[in-house]
Design a binder for this molecule. Structure first.
Ligand code: G3P
Ligand code: MG
Length: 286
C-alpha cells in the first residue's frame, strides 16, 4: 500500500487486523489490513492475539470464550479456547463473515513479508494469568511451565518467517518465558491499570517497548466505549519516562482520529488502532 501524506512519524499498528473494519484476528483481516486498500493506509505491523487450543495448536483469537466472536452453539458458547480441540474451532464462523479461526501459521503466511507482527500472548492454556507473586508456589511452577511451552511453540512458528516481530503481553509470565526462550526477540509490556507497575515490569524484562492504554497518555475525558473505563492512571508522563529508559511507546486501542492526534502530539511511537485512517484525518497543528 501507499503511505498517506500526514502519517507523521507515528507507526500504525493494526489492532487484531483493524478490527473496526475487518473480522478480527482472521486471515481476511491481515490480508486486507496489510494491503492498505482502505484509505491507502498500510500498517507497519499487524497486532494479533494468540492462545493455544486443547491439542496444542496456536490460534489467533481474542476472547477466552467462544461466544462473542463465533457462531458456536449455546452449549459451546462458554467453552474456553484452550479447552477446545482445534478441529472444533476450525468449523466455527467468525462474526458471521465466513472466516474461520486461523492458526498462527495461516496468519503469518497471509501477511506480506514487509509487514511486521505484534503477537500478543493472551494466555498459555489456563485462565489464571495473575502476576506470579500472587500465586501459591505450585501454581507458580505450573504457570511457568505452561508459558514456557507456549512461548517456545510461538517463537518456533515466528522463526520460520522473515517478519519483524514484537511480542507483547499483559502477563508477566509471558514476557519472562519469551526472554528465556530467545532473548533476541523484542518484547513489550502491556499496561492495564497502573503506569508505575507496568514500567516496573518493563524494567524487569528490559522491554523494548511499552503498550499503555491510550487514556494513560492523553486526556481521559473523551469517550471510548470499550476501554474508557480503564484508569484513572497516575500522574506520570509515561512517554517521557519510557523514552528516557530507551523504550518505545505504542498506545492501544485507538479508534478515533482525535485520539491518534493527541497521542501523536504527546510523542508516542505507535498507535494500535482499530481503523486504518486514524493518522490521516483531522489533527491540530503542532
Ligand atoms: O495489544 C494491545 C491490545 O490489543 C490489548 O487489548 O484486549 O484488545 O487485546 P486487547
Ligand atoms: Mg490484543
Amino acid at each position: 500500500g501507499q503511505d498517506a501524506p500526514n502519517r507523521a512519524d507515528v507507526s500504525l499498528i493494526a489492532h487484531r487486523g483493524f478490527a473496526g473494519v475487518y473480522p478480527e484476528n482472521t486471515v481476511a483481516a491481515v490480508e486486507q489490513a496489510a494491503s492498505g486498500v482502505a484509505v491507502g493506509a498500510s500498517p507497519e505491523m499487524v497486532e494479533i492475539d494468540v492462545m493455544p487450543t486443547a491439542d496444542g495448536e496456536i490460534v489467533t483469537f481474542h476472547d477466552s470464550d467462544l461466544g462473542r466472536v463465533t457462531d458456536a452453539p449455546a452449549d459451546l458458547a462458554d467453552r474456553k479456547v484452550w479447552e477446545t480441540p482445534y478441529e472444533t474451532l476450525a468449523e466455527l464462523d467468525v462474526l458471521g463473515t465466513g472466516e474461520r479461526v486461523p492458526t498462527l501459521e495461516e496468519i503469518l503466511d497471509a501477511l506480506p513479508a514487509d509487514v511486521g507482527v505484534n503477537v500478543e500472548f493472551k494466555n498459555p492454556g489456563s485462565a489464571d494469568v495473575r502476576p506470579r507473586e500472587n500465586l501459591p508456589p505450585e501454581a507458580r511452577d505450573e504457570q511457568r511451565e505452561l508459558w514456557q511451552e507456549f512461548a517456545e511453540d510461538v517463537l518456533d512458528a515466528l522463526s520460520a518467517t522473515d517478519h519483524e516481530v514484537l511480542v507483547s503481553s499483559f502477563a508477566e509470565g509471558a514476557l519472562a518465558a519469551v526472554r528465556e526462550a530467545d532473548p533476541s526477540v523484542p518484547v513489550a509490556a502491556v499496561f492495564a491499570d497502573s503506569i508505575a507497575d507496568g514500567m516496573e515490569i518493563a524494567r524487569r524484562y528490559d522491554c523494548e517497548a511499552v503498550h499503555p492504554p491510550w487514556n494513560a497518555i492523553a486526556d481521559t475525558t473523551l469517550f471510548n466505549a470499550e476501554y474508557g473505563t480503564l484508569g484513572p492512571f497516575e500522574d506520570i508522563d509515561v512517554v517521557e519516562l519510557a523514552h528516557e529508559e530507551g523504550r518505545e511507546v505504542n498506545a492501544w486501542t485507538v479508534e478515533r482520529w482525535y485520539e491518534a492526534d493527541r497521542l501523536r502530539r504527546a510523542g508516542v511511537d505507535g498507535v494500535i488502532a482499530d481503523y486504518p485512517g486514524v493518522l490521516q484525518f483531522g489533527g491540530a497543528a503542532d
